[in-house]
Design a protein around this ligand. Structure first.
Ligand code: GCO
Ligand code: MN
Ligand code: MN
Length: 388
């Protein structure tokens, strides 16, 4: 089916660290050879992806000399041009190096906090060289195991100061970045500050440039906290704050699994894709996931193709949902009300308050309305299971 063929206009992106994941985990060594950024660009382009994103050190090793950096950057530029891929998003690795063992912007040591800001500015320069317009902040090490060691209010202040400074840096350089903050409740820290997208949505209005800052919610991270990702994204979109999204999947409230997009939470991911497609969200559909550790190097590309294909299947199912007469008839019934009942706009005036207080609303009558959600949900199951 041609509608399941990924194309650039679908805006599918991957990180160098996602398809490039060599299959290392906390208990085991890599199972695959590392892939060069140039190979990644070539293979992603052949599969129909739109772009590729990176952490500073996915592209340029942390100890590279200036000459090496220039060579790597030039090679990568050529590969992007040759294969027609762009770099919509960039980010900083503020978690791998031992310097960040107690956090980056929230480290107790002011020298580490400075190093984190310095490293981010350099990484922002690198992202800007490739035209990235979204800059992701994932505070992987911004957390604690020992709350006695750090005042959590102080940590938030340090984090805020750093973001305010970096917003000014982007403005002063004319980079035009929009910052997207990514939450995760834990891992690798026992607790990470600002653990959910909802927490970030509360934090953003306290920044100096709230308009520049939004969120980058990740499916698995919210699921680790037991949350409904579709609801999380609805709130972010409604707040005008969905600047980027990390698509993957997860088996319940466990360690971060970064599974192939849509491979586990089928109904929830269906409603997510339907929402993204119908909301006018124009950002990347970024897959922050990786192939099973058991895959060989070719299996990585089955993984990448699978992420995009599954997204497009959900998209197609959303179209079927909207065109299905039985589903639409049930929805019309569910949303209907008593004939002649006129919805009163909830714009407050004292007269309106008085009018509402005096409405003849009988709770026993209200409770009688039929809500055929069982039938509706079964139709959705039939649709998703391919028997409709
Ligand atoms: C994770 C995170 C990361 C970030 C990435 C971008 O749990 O490992 O999701 O993959 O998204 O570091 O900042
Ligand atoms: Mn993750
Ligand atoms: Mn992520």
């Amino acid at each position: 089916m041609s509608s399941l063929q990924p194309r650039k206009e679908h805006k599918f992106t991957f990180g160098l660290w996602t398809v490039g994941n060599p299959g290392r985990d906390p208990f085991g060594e890599p199972t695959r050879e590392p892939l060069s950024p140039v190979t990644i660009v070539k293979r992603l382009s052949e599969l129909g992806a739109y772009g590729v994103n990176f952490h500073d050190n996915d592209l340029v090793p942390i100890d590279a000399s200036a000459t090496e950096r220039d060579r790597i950057v030039a090679e990568f530029r050529t590969a992007l041009d040759d294969y027609g891929l762009c770099v919509p998003m960039a980010t900083t690795n503020l978690f791998s190096d031992p310097a960040f063992k107690d956090g980056a912007y929230t480290s107790n040591d002011p020298r580490v906090r400075m190093y984190a800001v310095q490293k981010t500015m350099r990484a922002m320069d690198l992202g800007a060289e490739f035209g990235a317009k979204v800059y992701v902040f994932w505070g992987g090490r911004e957390g604690a195991e020992v709350d006695g060691a750090k005042d959590a209010r102080e940590a938030l202040k340090w984090f805020r100061e750093a973001l305010n400074f970096l917003c000014e840096y982007s403005i002063s350089q004319g980079y035009g970045y929009r910052f997207a903050l990514e939450a995760k409740p834990n891992e690798p820290r026992g607790d990470i500050y600002l653990p959910t997208t909802g927490a970030y949505l509360g934090f953003i209005p306290t920044l100096d440039h709230p308009d520049m800052v939004g969120v980058n919610p990740e499916v698995g991270h919210e699921q680790m906290a037991g949350l409904n990702f579709y609801h999380v994204i609805a709130q972010a979109i409604e707040a005008g704050k969905l600047f980027h999204i990390d698509l993957n999947d997860q088996k319940g409230c466990r360690f971060d699994q970064d599974l192939r997009f849509g491979s586990e939470s089928i109904k929830n991911m269906f409603f997510l894709v339907k929402l993204l497609e119908e909301s006018g969200y124009e950002g990347s559909r970024h897959f922050d996931a990786h192939a099973y550790r058991s895959e060989d190097p070719e299996g990585v590309w089955d993984f990448a193709a699978g992420c995009m294909r599954t997204y497009l299947i959900y998209r197609e199912k959303a179209r079927q949902f909207n065109d299905d007469p039985d589903i639409q008839a049930l929805l019309a019934e569910i949303r209907s009300t008593e004939p002649g009942f006129e919805q009163i706009p909830l714009e407050f005036t004292p007269e309106r308050a008085e009018q509402i207080k005096n409405l003849p609303l009988d709770r026993r009558e209200l409770a009688k309305k039929r809500l055929p959600y069982e039938r509706l949900d079964q139709l959705i199951i039939d649709l998703l299971m391919g028997v409709r």
